[in-house]
Design a protein around this ligand. Structure first.
Ligand code: BGC
Length: 731
């Protein structure tokens, strides 16, 4: 940065000039750049236009759907396409992806987030960012961090221990930062353990920059900054939106008063400067809207999860059809809030289904346009159409999914439940097609219907993508990135969501999503990783090899049906007898493999050594434990097809012994056991010797810290001798 930039100019540079632009600095010849939402389309506000109605852009499938593809390559292509649209609209930074974990199925922004699993989230988001940034457009990885609910989102403190924080909530951020270097990271609104994310020095500086090596800029979420000086001090570079003259002044005053280091403000301003320069190298461009619509359709088709297909009712052939439910005609394809896109076009399932068959297609709305209300006349009309047709397709889904509010139930609206009931009674060959941004319960009605298609919110090409799957032009290969529970109360987060009085306690710890269901052996409707195909796959024997890099797993997978298909091969790892509480299995690798009918693919997957580690709160670092890791290869988290055990040599993770370490801990440590053994042996004939000869007494002694034992009459050592033992043990 030019040295002559005044403190006032530096301060001005660290806040926006309006809702979407940075501040230009004439004296430094620095223009303003434009940033905009994100994440599944470019929401470019028309000049002077309504904040939410943007310039038309491709509405790609929201993350709830793109994550269900489990296909990194598709995410990369989506990122590239978004980059092209940004270039066409002169957008320098697209505000996404959102990589917060789906802690609760009620989360209002779950449709914008990928998964309840951090590795699946991290792998997919990394590709999205690499794709976008390959076009010279920056990403904004959001919302850093622990922003997993909308209730009281601008104030609530997410209270959690360091293991779940590191192992679950920061893991995807870490992966994307270290592998894709997003140009920007957006801090969250909420507090983390009592401190606003925007003022969190540990998060924004110590972890993000010092530990992970983040080189970009930290931008605030819109309105997340409470105190500009505290934010800049913590490592926040750019406050949005702006202008914020009072905040700029507070920064200048704080530097003058010596309460804010001028160098820290200078660094923040420099980072904004660097971002503007980087954005300046971007070439403008154009994009092919038809090609992007086709890509949106491809991703959407791959995102659809076939949950149930009894008697191979799907794919459809030449049967006459009853298409029922307003959502077939008026699609639900995205959620509400800042991610809302004005699509370039919009496919609806009714038209696409009608165009896919020469057989009779009857339509009935079934419920009213709000999705929430219905009446006897609507139900009777739908039942009549169902009875007159070979197959009934019932389109139902959620109605309230928006930023700013969590849901309060996982149930379909009563009017839609009534429709399923009436239609399935009129025609046993009923297919339920869901449109929803987050989990809906299927347990209340799934036994009534032979087929269920989970259609998520699929973006602007969802209608054609659904027809592709229903008619078998696309063989479904989507897999659940989140568990569908039997009941909301079963969910690991249930008792601690969304908190109260400004705090939400992440009581389930590391047992988020399927980890919690599995740890408690709880039944679910559809497990994490689940999804059917129109073909079937058989797994051979899995083999594993450990190396310094981790574990390589090889497994042959055969398409045993008569249709080409894709299998998502999933690798879960567990460590029975671990020194820390772990889930029985955690996703560590996956591969999305096309396999022709009758063919066998030799699938190779890599579990990275770092992904086996847990965060040790005593050593304050990651530790790979020594042990026999159970590696399960499966078609879902509850459909394990091959298991192999692999020994992994652990890290050197000796915890130093102290006077507060217990007798048991001393004996568990080789050096400690040697030293303490000598002391106990020298006390032969004493009361201690008698005690240690009695196994049950020895067990009781095991929990006694040495410092406390020293105070007992007859102790074989004094407090002073304990100090010597500690020195000798850690020498
Ligand atoms: C959202 C962000 C978004 C920003 C700008 C905020 O309300 O939390 O995700 O990028 O607005 O629209």
């Amino acid at each position: 940065m030019k040295p002559e930039l005044s403190t006032a100019d530096q301060a001005a540079l660290t806040s926006g000039s309006d809702f979407w632009r940075t501040t230009a600095v004439e004296s430094a010849d620095l223009p303003a750049i434009t940033v905009t939402d994100g994440p599944h389309g470019v929401r470019m506000q028309a000049d002077g236009g309504d904040l939410l109605a943007g310039v038309p852009a491709t509405c790609f499938p929201p993350a709830v759907a793109s994550a269900s593809t489990w296909d990194p390559e598709l995410l990369r292509r989506m990122g590239e396409a978004l980059g092209d649209e940004c270039r066409a609209m002169d957008v320098a930074v697209l505000l996404g992806p959102g990589v917060n974990l789906k802690r609760s199925p009620l989360g209002g922004r779950n449709f914008e987030y990928f998964s309840e699993d951090p590795i699946l989230t991290g792998v997919l988001a990394t590709e999205w960012v690499l794709g976008l940034q390959s076009k010279g457009v920056g990403a904004s990885l959001k919302h850093f961090a622990v922003n997993s609910q909308e209730t009281d989102r601008m104030r609530v403190s997410a209270d959690l221990d360091e293991r779940p924080l590191r192992e679950m909530y920061l893991r995807a951020f870490h992966r994307v930062v270290t592998r894709a270097q997003p140009w920007t990271v957006m801090c969250a609104y909420n507090k983390v353990n009592g401190t606003y994310a925007s003022e969190h020095h540990w998060l924004l500086t110590e972890v993000l920059r010092d530990e992970w090596g983040f080189e970009g800029l930290v931008v605030s979420d819109w309105g997340a900054v409470v105190d500009r000086v505290a934010a800049v001090r913590a490592g926040l570079d750019l406050t949005m939106p702006g202008p914020d003259a009072a905040g700029d002044r507070a920064l200048v005053d704080a530097v003058a008063a010596g309460t804010l280091d001028g160098g820290v403000l200078g660094t923040a301003a420099q980072r904004v400067h660097n971002l503007v320069l980087k954005a300046g190298t971007r070439e403008s461009g154009s994009y092919d809207a038809a090609a992007h619509h086709a890509l949106a359709r491809e991703i959407a088709g791959r995102a659809i999860v076939l949950l149930k297909n009894d008697g191979d009712l799907l794919p459809l052939g030449g049967q006459s059809l009853a298409v029922l439910g307003e959502f077939a005609r008026t699609p639900r394809y995205q959620g509400g809030g800042s991610s809302q896109i004005t699509p370039t076009r919009l496919d609806d399932a009714l038209t696409e289904i009608t165009n896919s068959t020469s057989a009779t297609v009857r339509f009935a709305a079934g419920y009213s346009a709000d999705g929430d209300t219905g009446d006897e006349a609507l139900l009777a009309e739908a039942a009549e159409a169902a009875a007159a047709s070979d197959v009934a397709l019932v389109f139902v889904g959620s109605v309230h999914e928006t930023e700013g509010a969590d849901r309060d139930s996982l149930d379909l609206p009563a009017a839609q439940l009534a429709l399923i009931e009436r239609v399935s009674a009129a025609n046993p060959r009923t297919v339920v097609v869901l449109s929803n941004g987050a989990v809906l319960l299927t347990s209340p009605w799934e036994a009534r219907v032979p087929a269920i298609v989970e259609g998520w919110l699929l973006g602007q090409a969802g209608g054609s993508a659904l027809a592709d799957v229903l008619f078998g032009r696309v063989n479904p290969s989507g897999r659940l990135a989140e568990t569908i529970p039997v009941a909301l109360a079963d969910h690991p987060s249930f008792l601690d969501f969304p908190g109260e009085h400004g705090h939400v306690r992440y009581g389930e710890g590391v047992h988020v999503g399927y980890r919690g269901f599995d740890a408690r052996g709880q039944a679910v409707s559809y497990p994490f990783g689940f999804g059917l195909s129109y073909t079937t796959f058989a797994y051979g024997t899995a083999e594993a090899t450990a190396s310094e890099a981790g574990v390589e797993i090889r497994v042959p997978v055969t398409n045993t049906g008569d249709r080409d298909g894709r299998e998502v091969v999933q690798v879960y790892v567990g460590l029975p007898g671990s020194a820390v509480r772990r889930a029985p299995r955690e996703l560590k690798a996956f591969a999305n493999v096309p396999i022709a009918a009758g063919a066998t693919a030799e699938v190779t997957l890599h579990v990275e050594r770092a992904d086996l580690a847990y965060w040790d709160t005593r050593l304050n670092r990651w530790v790979v434990e020594d042990g026999d890791y159970v590696i399960e290869v499966g078609a879902s988290s509850r459909d394990i097809r091959a298991t192999v055990t692999q020994r992994v040599t652990g890290d050197d993770a000796r915890v130093p012994l102290t006077a507060e370490s217990s007798v048991g801990e001393w004996f568990a440590d080789p050096r400690g056991a040697e030293l303490l053994g000598e002391v106990f042996a020298s006390a032969a004939g004493s009361a201690t010797a008698a005690l240690t000869a009695d196994p049950s007494m020895l067990m009781m002694l095991g929990s006694l810290p040495l410092s406390r034992m020293a105070m007992f009459p007859g102790s074989p050592f004094t407090a002073a001798e304990v100090e010597k033992l500690v020195l000798a043990a850690n020498d």
